[in-house]
Design a protein around this ligand. Structure first.
Ligand code: GLN
Ligand code: ZN
Length: 775
């Protein structure tokens, strides 16, 4: 292969999936946890996986290969480790082991990730608006940073042995500090960003180490800068990169951002003395192009242009990407081509999906295919379009076939969407009248008790589902297993004295996948695993075409459960926004259009449940908040279509049919108006951990409808005492009118065990009765 000269555009990536072709990493790590593999064996497997990724990236023709993008668990955790920011409580996990040994290192590292019997792990939260979760570093006024360059240096050396000079990727200092949270005992006004002065010398030391082993470039990822940031953060950014650029010994610096446009941070970085910027030019981040042009470009810098969407699974429009690149050419000293962000967020290789129609397969680009797309674009720039004419032609043909396919477009669906009128997404009766009609139908006591939907997913249930998949049991046997589970769940709820029952969702392995498998327009993959966190991987379904519902999806289970009891059973659905958020979405129409299609399909289900007798129907939207765009300017548009989709799903019911929704988080800030706007009769929310803080917020906002603030924290194995429930309920009643309060857990019970759930729900109903008695 002819290596392009350094000044010609080359192809590169920000990172690659870590899992291995068959999730070898998951198995190796979990084996280590359970004692089936030693530390040395785990590290050996990891090194082997890294080697094969380096070879794959080089073999695909990338001109520059990133380093240090591998992780045994999470790259933010690795960064905390690299900077010596290890909380003292986790250090204790290595107490009985020899310091410096792999066993010691891994014991402390995984204690940070997962906790131990004695200490809590670091908190975990979403990585920007992706479905990847990182561990939140804990920093305090007393944090002492110390460079631990082992990982980036080892990985640099490993690639060097293969003849590759990699560009180590480090999480940048500003994003690291902004993602961190204060240690538990920090003063209430402590902000991790104030540690910048202490942190920068440690980063400078790392740069010196990397320079010493021969690194030519180092990449600092600063995705936090694509959010709206106050002047203090922008000033800190300018200061940080001025400082790092002035380091005596250092490689060249590339500052990378992705997931949205840099906005006001763009001139800050453009004016900083670093040698290169990596920018995203896909989706909303396309605003980086006019932003860059307005500055007259970055003539003194290298630009790594992210023109291939690193977060979706569709074959890119290479002609359009090429046009963007050509526009960018005069705007920088040197231009390189890349996907918009690390390929961590897409599955490994579409070629593995042999069960998909080969026609459809050509529409898809997973990580492996995105490498080829990136290389093709770089070659088109260096060698001319003719050199890659066959690749461009194949890409055009694949996109044309997708656009013309009956799988993509269903005229009946577009006609139905076009016919939607504003009244379709408004309930005909205002809330106070609905509430009265619902009470006349349901006769619920004050503080009615209910659950969020799922009950423990037992081993027997999982075995039955696996058995059905492999053909070990037939449909009838599976059905019998599900019905037995529903009988048990209903009988328990009656005995415990719950007021509104659920069927327990035993038939659902996953709340999105279950519906995706039953709606047209969705594709499922076999090997399309994506890291969610640590060793947990998910296989998001693909929203590929127009969505419709060929047949009822949940009515049989609802009916079966309702026939077992005189108490109302809730119909239970996943909402349209969540159906999009936990899937790969279409790139050929606005999200709002896709949401509307899903909403109409779910609306049919709502009507069938209502016709089957459901007086209460719950539509879960746990993802409504997490899909919020990173930039505030984009919030109103998103919230408008998201809430409209929810209302379109639920607004066609009678006044006396009660619509519930559930969202599993306690921090609202930005979306309180949206919560009001979905116009659900009852909303259940997470609240136990924050000691009902959400009720204060809702009261302050004069929230007018019924609320079930969670009183049972289902994330912990702990079973609260009756008194803890009554105390939480009392504080809720102090803030919100009792006649609009419900009593329920924080979220579904599917991850808990029966021996926790039984006493917890029994105590919850006892507590509700105690409080009712004194109302
Ligand atoms: N109904 C779902 C359940 O109980 C809701 C899950 C969720 O909010 N993530 O499992
Ligand atoms: Zn939840």
């Amino acid at each position: 292969m002819n290596r392009p000269t350094p000044h010609h555009p080359t192809a590169t990536v920000h990172g690659y999936p870590r899992q291995g072709p068959d999730r070898e990493l998951k198995r190796a790590v979990e084996d280590f946890w359970s004692g089936r593999r030693t530390a040395a064996e785990l590290l050996d497997t990891a090194a082997g996986l890294r080697r094969s990724v380096f070879q794959q990236l080089a073999g695909a023709g990338l001109g520059e290969i990133p380093g240090n993008h591998f992780s045994l668990y999470d790259h933010v955790l690795d960064t905390a480790w690299m900077l010596g920011a290890v909380p003292p409580r986790h250090l204790a996990a290595g107490r009985d082991l020899q310091p410096g040994t792999p066993a010691h290192t891994l014991a402390v590292y995984f204690a940070m990730a997962r906790g131990t019997g004695h200490v809590e792990p670091l908190e975990m939260t979403k990585w920007f608006d992706t479905n990847y979760h990182y561990l939140v570093p804990e920093l305090g006024p007393g944090t002492v940073f110390r460079a631990q360059p082992g990982k980036p240096l080892t990985e640099f050396a490993e690639a060097k042995l293969l003849g590759l000079t990699t560009r180590p990727v480090l999480l940048g200092p500003i994003t690291f500090l902004l993602l961190a949270k204060p240690v538990p005992d920090a003063p209430s006004d402590f902000q991790p960003l104030t540690l910048l002065g202490r942190l920068l010398p440690v980063y400078a030391e790392l740069l010196g180490d990397l320079q010493a082993v021969g690194a030519e470039w180092v990449q600092f990822d600063e995705p936090a800068l694509v959010r709206d940031q106050p002047p203090a953060v922008l000033n800190a950014t300018a200061r940080a990169y001025r400082y790092l650029a002035s380091a005596a010994r250092r490689p060249k610096l590339l500052v990378a951002s992705y997931f949205d446009a840099l906005g006001e941070a763009l001139p800050v970085l453009a004016n900083s003395p670093v040698e290169g910027l990596a920018l995203d030019f896909t989706g909303p981040a396309a605003a980086n192009l006019p932003g860059l042009a307005a500055l007259g470009g970055i003539q003194d810098k290298r630009l790594v242009a992210g023109v291939i969407d690193g977060r979706n699974i569709w074959a890119a429009d290479l002609d359009q990407a090429l046009a963007t690149l050509v526009t960018l050419l005069p705007l920088a000293d040197r231009l390189d081509v890349a996907p918009s962000c690390s390929l961590l967020h897409v599955p490994l290789d579409a070629a593995r999906e042999r069960e998909l129609d080969p026609q459809v397969l050509r529409w898809l680009a997973f990580a492996r295919q995105k490498l080829d797309e990136t290389v093709t674009l770089a070659r088109a720039l260096t060698e001319g379009r003719d050199a890659v004419a066959p690749q461009l032609a194949a890409n055009r043909a694949a996109r044309a076939s997708r656009a013309a396919s009956a799988l993509t477009h269903d005229p009946a669906v577009s006609a139905r969407c076009a016919a939607v009128t504003p009244t379709d997404s408004r309930r005909a009766t205002p809330y106070p009248e609905r509430a009265a009609a619902q009470q006349a139908r349901l006769h619920l006591p004050p503080l009615p008790t209910t659950t969020i939907g799922s009950f423990p997913q037992t081993d027997a249930l999982r075995a039955a589902r696996a058995g059905l998949r492999t053909g070990r049991i037939d449909d009838a046997a599976y059905r019998e297993r599900i019905e037995a589970e529903i009988r048990e769940v209903v009988a328990f709820q009656e005995k415990a004295g719950l007021d509104v029952l659920v069927h327990g969702e035993p038939e659902r392995g996953d709340m999105v996948q279950y519906f995706a498998e039953r709606l047209t327009g969705y594709l499922a993959t076999r090997h399309g695993w994506v890291q969610s966190y640590g060793t947990r991987y998910v296989r998001p379904p693909i929203l590929a075409g127009d969505v419709s519902r060929p047949a009822p999806m949940t009515v049989a289970e609802y009916r079966y459960a309702q026939n077992l009891t005189d108490r109302p059973v809730k119909g239970m659905l996943t909402g349209p926004v969540t159906m999009l958020a936990w899937s790969f979405v279409r790139d050929d129409q606005p999200l709002a259009d896709t949401a509307r299609q899903v909403a109409l399909a779910l609306r049919d289900e709502v009507h069938d449940l209502e016709a089957a007798g459901a007086a209460v129907i719950q539509v879960d939207e746990p993802a409504l908040r997490e899909t919020l765009p990173l930039r505030r300017a984009a919030h109103p548009d998103y919230l408008a279509w998201a809430t409209e989709a929810f209302r379109l799903t639920t607004s066609g019911v009678r006044a006396d049919t009660q619509i519930h929704t559930h969202m599993c988080y306690a921090e609202f800030g930005d979306i309180l108006p949206a919560i009001d706007d979905v116009d659900a009769d009852v909303i259940s929310l997470e609240a136990a951990r924050s000691r009902m803080a959400v009720t204060t917020e809702l009261a302050a906002a004069h929230y007018p409808r019924a609320v079930g603030p969670g009183v049972y924290d289902i994330h912990a194995p702990r079973v609260p005492a009756v008194a803890e429930f009554t105390e939480l309920l009392r504080s809720a009643i102090d803030r919100l009118p009792a006649e609009r309060l419900w009593v329920n857990p924080d979220c579904g019970l599917k991850t808990r065990r029966w021996d926790e759930v039984r006493p917890a729900l029994e105590r919850l109903t006892v507590a509700a009765r105690e409080i009712r008695a004194v109302l």
